[in-house]
Write a new protein. Structure first.
Length: 120
């Protein structure tokens, strides 16, 4: 995490990329523990990355309106926690998935910041 933060802040020079890189690496390293074979873990990591990217886009869009942010958070939280009941893999990644929505919905940013947020 410190390496991603330093690389994003000092080399790339973009605070948005640095913030999302730091939180993304924290979520992937500490909040997720997938089990199974190497292939199953890799598939779960790829699914987490893709779902996180969708949540970053939706969170950024929902954060544009103050009234839409809590509604979007409720919907995303319900969907993630309900999916965790159905699948143990999703249950193990629920905290990281929620962070993927909470961070962009609470940090103000225009729609044009989505590429920087995704690259982080």
């Amino acid at each position: 995490m410190p390496a991603m933060l330093a690389l994003s802040e000092k080399v790339i020079g973009n605070a948005t990329v640095a913030t999302f890189a730091a939180f993304g690496s924290l979520a992937m390293l500490l909040f997720v523990a997938f089990g199974g074979t190497m292939r199953e873990r890799l598939q779960a990591q790829i699914a987490l990355i893709l779902t996180g990217a969708v949540f970053i886009c939706l969170g950024t869009l929902a954060g544009q309106a103050v009234w839409l942010a809590p509604i979007g958070m409720f919907a995303a939280g319900f969907a993630v926690l309900f999916a965790g009941v159905v699948s143990s893999v999703l249950a193990g990644a629920s905290t990281a998935l929620l962070l993927g929505f909470i961070l962009p919905v609470t940090l103000p940013g225009p729609v044009s910041s989505i590429p920087a947020r995704l690259s982080g």
